[in-house]
Design a protein around this ligand. Structure first.
Ligand code: FEO
Length: 400
């Protein structure tokens, strides 16, 4: 996308990566991604905010070629999709100074071998006057790494929060449309931000005192509807989970499939929303997104040798890494002659600190008696969800 002036003296330099398939060799990118950099021109100095992924070096440097001078480069985050072209920028603009915090400086020196004399280290709340454009640096750690910080451009009321509020969406639309951006933004939250919910809470509180008219993230389009973006984050990170059960399963010979289908239909009869995903070929981002709002996760797996199917282990491990706000867990499994499936999965899932409310194990194909146990599990899940709802109503009344 050609560089474009978004406000007087402020330019968006967005490099779209339409055909990138995976991020971090892990996260599927159904909509590609973009690496967003911004140029802020003051009366005295010109400042570049972040760079782009080295894979897109030629496009980024071509966009930058019309810029005659860069005095400062703000580096919000050492991950290479934003910092990776810093060495190239410093070659082109040898007198440019990298403005960052101490933690990020350390990471940039380690990962990119940038010389120590290239840095200006800033503190939380410090400002940089470019001449009629004042940058205020706000430390917002753990969105996404410990060093991440944001920049607020005071005169124009623009927030540059790097990964925070981002979305993996390659697009030539400058501004986000709330209908289109909701899913890519939620997917991004689930995959990247969800493990840091308590940090997000603190960072949202810290940013709430700023009047913000535009949020310019480092991935995806710019948010003009600031309230929409902030409310989405509040909902995903801070609100109680919904009356929803995520059913993750893998089946080798059909037994687990029978169990999960029975559970799904019984939960629906009890008015519990379900999302059922087959781990055999599930998109990791889809699984992560489904975890965002679910009050319960049920894992259903056959026994392979002495433990769960490796794909079920992957699902459990993913949940333990992403730390969704799930409250209840259950395991269903089939086996031929034994194994330690429940112990194995319980160990992985213990990181979630959620209540394990049931387990159903069946030898071979489920019998009618086995299916009655599944029905009982559905009742337990529905009851737990309705107790959550009652707690919510009580809390809301107390708040009033
Ligand atoms: Fe977009 Fe954490 O890098």
């Amino acid at each position: 996308m050609k560089p474009i002036e978004i406000k007087k003296g402020i330019c968006s330099i967005r490099v779209n990566h339409f055909n990138r398939k995976l991020f971090d060799a892990l996260i599927p990118l159904p909509d590609g991604t973009s690496y967003n950099s911004y140029l802020v021109k003051g009366e005295k100095y010109t400042c570049l905010i972040d760079t782009a992924d080295p894979e897109k070096k030629d496009v980024f440097l071509d966009y930058l070629s019309k810029v005659s001078k860069i005095d400062f480069v703000v580096s919000h985050h050492a991950e290479q999709d934003h910092s990776g072209l810093l060495p190239e920028v410093l070659k082109l603009y040898p007198s440019a100074v990298v403005v960052t915090n101490a933690k990020c400086k350390d990471l940039l020196m380690t990962h990119l071998h940038i010389a120590e004399n290239k840095f200006k280290v800033i503190q939380d709340g410090e400002t940089l006057d470019l001449g009629g454009k004042t940058l205020e640096f706000i430390f917002t750690p753990w969105v996404h790494w410990p060093e991440t910080f944001s920049t607020y451009l005071r005169e124009d009321k623009i927030l540059f929060p790097c990964d925070f509020f981002g979305s993996h969406l390659a697009t030539d639309e400058l501004l986000a449309d709330s209908q289109i951006i909701y899913e890519p933004m939620k997917r991004y939250f689930a995959e990247i931000m969800m493990p840091f919910r308590s940090n997000i809470k603190n960072n949202l509180e810290k940013l709430s005192k700023y009047e913000i008219e535009l949020i310019c993230p480092s991935h995806g389009p710019i948010h003009k509807d600031v309230k929409f973006a902030v409310d989405c984050y509040k909902d995903w990170a801070l609100s109680e989970p919904k009356n929803k059960a995520l059913l993750l399963y893998v089946s080798m010979h059909g037994s687990t499939f029978v169990l999960i289908n029975r559970l799904a239909s019984r939960l629906q009869e009890h008015a519990v929303e379900i999302e059922k995903l087959n781990l055999e070929d599930a998109d990791t981002g889809r699984v992560a997104m489904a975890m965002v709002d679910s009050a319960t996760i049920v894992l259903a797996t056959p026994t392979v040798l002495a433990g769960p199917h490796p794909k079920a282990i992957y699902g459990a491990y993913l949940a333990s890494l992403l730390r969704p706000k799930v409250k209840f867990l259950a395991v269903m499994y089939s086996y031929g002659w034994g194994g330690k499936t429940v112990e194995f999965l319980s160990n992985i899932l213990s990181a979630l600190k959620a209540e394990i409310i049931g387990q159903v194990g069946v030898k071979g194909l489920p019998t009618e008696n086995d299916l009655k146990l599944v029905d009982e599990l559905a009742v337990s899940i529905a009851e737990k969800h309705s107790s959550l709802k009652k707690e919510r109503v009580l809390c809301e009344k107390e708040e009033k």
